[in-house]
Design a protein around this ligand. Structure first.
Ligand SMILES: Cc1cc2nc3c(=O)[nH]c(=O)nc-3n(C[C@H](O)[C@H](O)[C@H](O)COP(=O)(O)OP(=O)(O)OC[C@H]3O[C@@H](n4cnc5c(N)ncnc54)[C@H](O)[C@@H]3O)c2cc1C
Length: 397
């Protein structure tokens, strides 16, 4: 049984069903959907999707950007142009894709729907679980109805606020980062001419950064502005639950935050758009993800700040390794789950840590920012890709 039909839960369902397991996915929301924003899938994520047989479906609805252009937010000058497209595909053997989240989830949900061994139950919450000698007894709630089901194993893929994690005895709250992400999508014809085309952009400035990239075959652009400041935004708990606190931001607040930025960056911020806000949070790496026939996967296990664009990537990698571990020891699932955790914990902890480091580096000001830009320029595009070979070069065994 998998709690949660996010990217991680759906990917794991497909992997496990292909490996011969009967999979029951329980999702609290009445529908399998995602918010209207984009997501980057770095070559390690696309390698994991390929191993799950999902890459073709996802690539069909994704864009392969030509380059990532890193600019200084205030002056607008180009710090570094990192070729993506064929350069990355040649170097890592897999593409760097960007995709609308709804398109990614729809592609994964279509694969789930085409797999008879997966049963998906919507509008139902995993509320509690108890380990037993055969596996797990899980309490499920649908509306006012409560029932118990047994499973050979329970995988908590239920996001940042994971109930399965709490049920396993870890009730600590996430760590609030003091940063808020503002996200919107706009039609690509609204882009300033300097930013039209199939490049991704990263603008670095004091206490803020801005990311944009094409989605929906280049017909739309995804914009993410991350600012160090949480007081200016009204936070209300997300109705859908899921991976973060979310709300709707006041565009005037954002416009003021970027008023001294270069004109093309301001043009992105000044779009007449609805901005959804996420108060960013993570957790320090866990020493244990589960006991007996229970484990965690994705944000439930290792929520991270989005400064490396790796949360979903790690969830999809988890799905591959979990599948391999369970297929290797189907007769002893607790041992299989411990083997999965032993492989995944060090890598995901490193990514959590590096994402926190980037959260500082991206928002530097004054001489420290200048030094960062010089380091980036000295490294150059090839140096930057080498620096992240450990991350993007991941391959399933
Ligand atoms: C601003 C921002 C930008 C990002 N950009 C990127 C990026 O470019 N690349 C990248 O790889 N990652 C990115 N991420 C991270 C990525 O979005 C998450 O890491 C990823 O979505 C986590 O997937 P998940 O399946 O683990 O959890 P979730 O997507 O949170 O899914 C959890 C699911 O579980 C369900 N659920 C919760 N509780 C229960 C319960 N008790 N019972 C049943 N169901 C339950 C929820 O409804 C939800 O459907 C970004 C994140 C943010 C905030």
């Amino acid at each position: 049984m998998i709690a949660g039909a996010g990217v991680g839960g759906l990917a794991a369902a497909v992997g496990l069903a292909d490996a011969g397991f009967a999979v029951s996915v329980i999702e609290r929301a009445p529908q399998v959907t995602e918010i209207g924003a984009g997501i980057q899938l770095t070559p390690n994520a696309t390698a994991a999707l390929a191993r799950l047989g999902l890459l073709d479906r996802v690539a069909a609805v994704a864009v392969e950007p030509r380059a990532m252009v890193i600019r200084n937010g205030r002056s607008g000058h180009e710090i570094l142009r990192m070729p993506l497209g064929s350069t990355v595909a040649r170097r890592f053997g897999r593409p760097w894709l960007v995709v609308h989240r709804a398109d990614l989830i729809a592609a994964l949900a279509a694969a789930v729907a085409a797999t008879p061994a997966i049963k998906i139950t919507l509008g139902t919450t995993v509320e509690a679980f108890a380990l037993n000698p055969e596996g797990v007894t899980v309490s499920l709630v649908t509306g006012r109805e409560r029932r118990e089901e047994t499973a050979a194993a329970l995988i908590g893929a239920d996001g940042l606020w994971s109930m399965v994690r709490r049920g396993a005895g870890d009730a600590r709250a996430p760590v609030v980062s003091g940063r808020t992400a503002w996200r919107t999508t706009i039609p690509s014809e609204s882009l300033p001419p300097e930013l039209a085309g199939l490049d991704s952009g990263l603008w670095l400035g004091p206490d803020a950064h801005l990311v944009h990239y094409p989605i929906r075959r280049g017909s739309a652009c995804n914009i993410v502005a991350v600012v160090r400041d949480e007081t200016a935004v009204t936070i209300k708990p997300s109705e859908a639950g899921g991976s973060s606190w979310s709300g709707v931001g006041d565009p005037e607040v954002l416009i003021r935050r970027f008023e001294r930025w270069a004109a093309p960056a301001r043009a992105l911020i000044e779009q007449p758009a609805t901005w959804l806000t996420w108060r960013l949070a993570d957790r320090p790496p866990l020493t244990a993800w589960g006991r007996g026939a229970q484990t965690l996967l994705g944000d439930a296990a290792h929520p991270m700040l989005p400064f490396l664009a790796q949360g979903a990537a790690m969830a999809i990698e988890d799905a591959v390794v979990l599948t391999q571990a369970m297929a290797a020891q189907p007769g002893n699932l607790p041992a299989a789950l411990r083997a999965y955790e032993a492989i995944r914990r060090p890598r995901t902890a490193r990514v959590q840590k590096e994402a926190r480091i980037n959260s500082l580096a991206y928002h530097l000001a004054g001489p420290a920012a200048l030094a960062r830009d010089v380091v980036l320029q000295t490294r150059g595009p090839a140096g930057l890709l080498s620096r992240y070979r450990w991350l993007y070069g991941w391959r399933p065994d």
